[in-house]
Design a protein around this ligand. Sequence first.
Ligand code: GLC
Length: 784
Amino acid sequence: MRYGYFDKKKKEYAVTRPDTPTPWINYIGSGNYGGIVSNTGGGYSFHKDPQNRRVTRYRYNSIPMDRPGRYIYIRNKNSGEYWNPGYQPVQRKLDSYSCRHGMGYTVLSGEYQGVIGEVTYFVPDDKNFEIWHVKLSNTYGIAQSLQVFAYSEFSFWDAILDQQNVDWVQQINQGRFDDGIITYYPYHVSDNAAFFATGEKVSSFDTNLETFIGKYRSEGNPIAVEQGGCSNSISRRMNGAGAFCIDVDLKSDEEREMVFILGFAEDRTAIKEDIKEYLSPGKAKEALTRLKKYWDDYTGRLSVETPDEDMNLFVNVWNQYQCKTTFNWSRFVSLYQLGLGRGMGIRDSAQDTLGVMHTIPEEAKQLIIKLLKCQFTDGRAYHLFFPLTGEGGQGDAPVNKFDWYSDDHLWLILAVNAYVKETGDFAFLKELILYNDRSTSGTVLNHLDMALEFTRNNKGPHNIALAGRADWNDTLNLDTGKGAAESVFTSMLYCRAALEMVELCEYLKNKEQGIKYTGMYEEMKNAINSSSWDGEWYKRAFDDNGEPLGSKENKFGKIFINSQSWAILGKVADCDKADKCMKSVDRYLNSKYGIVTMYPSYNEYDETKGGVTTYPVGTKENGGIFLHTNPWMMISETLLGNGDKAFEYYRRILPAKRNDDAELYEVEPYVYCQNILGKENPQFGVGRNSWLSGTAAWNMVASSQHILGIRANYDCLIVDPCIPAEWQGFKAKRVFRGAVYNIEVQNPNGVCSGISKITVDGAEVAKIPVFEAGTTHSVVVLMK
Ligand code: GLC
């Protein structure tokens, strides 16, 4: 069953029924002010940081689900009937309904008894506020006397205190109204305010939630809407709301537009000035046009025309869009991550930069700098940081001997290297950046060097990386106090990172360092091969007692995906071993909906393995399809030249493929989710944790850089595809350092990989050069 479709022309996903299996959401804003909007208007907003500066509330685990939100109620003055264009929260059956999620905006549209109500939500020009542009049309044939209520529920800005210290928070909340603007702030704060405003003539308003909703009622039947007017409440304590009532008389066939603005102001005396040019519907629409243009430019830096329509849709639009969202919010705030406690992950954000590098490298650099600032002088890094306060931390994982994860710092090397390849900005490597004790600084190269040194200095009994609290797999908590558990995965990631440093040193002509990193790589590679090869695949780890995980000797968890893919990515496996690893993954882990993390799943809690065994069989890291790991397999297959297999893995997890099967899949078909219940689980195929996942960035990398093979290098652009043999070729446009490359790949002999000739602007070349910004070039790549 399907709940909507892709509107390719408009670059929107249109939801056609409100009762989606889970709320299907979108994000507005570009990482500064913004929020979540569901297909029925549920969701919330925050400024810079959902934990420390939340603007409106959302009740996770609430019944009914997905409340509250940004609500528009339309009331017929004569009949007293009221409804919402997005169906919720009143849930009146509409004559028609649609939700259109576009890039950075969402349009809800509903029709009831001849009135069409449409609301468009978006953040204009990266301001600290959002627009709700409302349009009403009367198609009824006779005049209608209506009222529009716009409503949002404020949160105390510290979202943890909002739930923990009700005693204090509810005594200090203040709501005021002045000249069309409702402000909301704690009693002792003299400058900031959250606000809700309109340019319309206000018939009545409420700033107090209890007054608007009424006792023992809900958003579904607020007393203010029922009785046809707000009470002009000025909140001096309790819960804050922003609510306006506007009277609208519509003649037959008449339309009326209006704007509401919700936001956060650091200086509340400036709100009026800040918002004034956006209060008129015409200006609001111009801002929406600018937003669409921003996204067209953003996605326009890479576009492809392949024989696979779904791939085109994802590479050109949805995957790029999701990558920007994960770049903005890491794993901090979604319908599954509550915007509390987690902050921005260091490993997560480092990987997220890979998905936006081709289009906003400068912004990626700024995030990389923040991440480098989370590194300690010994090379390890914090696990997370909070964007508003800049504070870092190690998260809430079980505390063992270690206060570090074995992998966080190593991802920084991949991120910096990707940045330098994209931009050629070698000077960045010499920039001084503070370590997180804020007194010592080192160049970016020092930071990267120390990242490798940290792992080198923290090896275990098999001479491979100690596991620390965990590695990429947060739930493998193997250290029970002895400090001996080891991670094969981290050791392989270290090999990859060391090789990237070798590559970089070659370009820097730094022979000495290059030799050092080659030595580090060789040493680790040998240690892995002598301790962790299991016969048909690589083991995954050793627990604190030296017992292997991911070995044929194990009853559960005999084989794990990551130590196979990273054996290839880290160049640890020779040809024979590489081939065996890939075959074993296909044989034991591959499934209809994607590749599972490991097999067989643990069937009971085991404290020597930790968190992974808290999950039931086939769930998340315990034998679920953790999608983040799948593109690593795609890349591995391309590195071995297996274009058919890489593409098969790519197709298997493409969300669009699940559009017609959404009843089972449950989550949004326009973005990747983090996990799908695995083949051993009775609910095999159900997706969860949509949106914020490393799956986004890595699928972007796998599809565009490895399957299509278009990737940046220090001094050239590489086009080295590894595609399905049946493809006759494809076309692509890539902007690289400001120049446009129109690429055509021809595959006359039906091969998966290998190039026989490259021509640029008609002349044969060995590599595709960097051109002057602003110029356009045509590249033809002939495969073997
Ligand atoms: C979650 C975490 C990420 C981790 C992954 C696997 O997505 O945010 O950091 O790598 O789970 O455990």
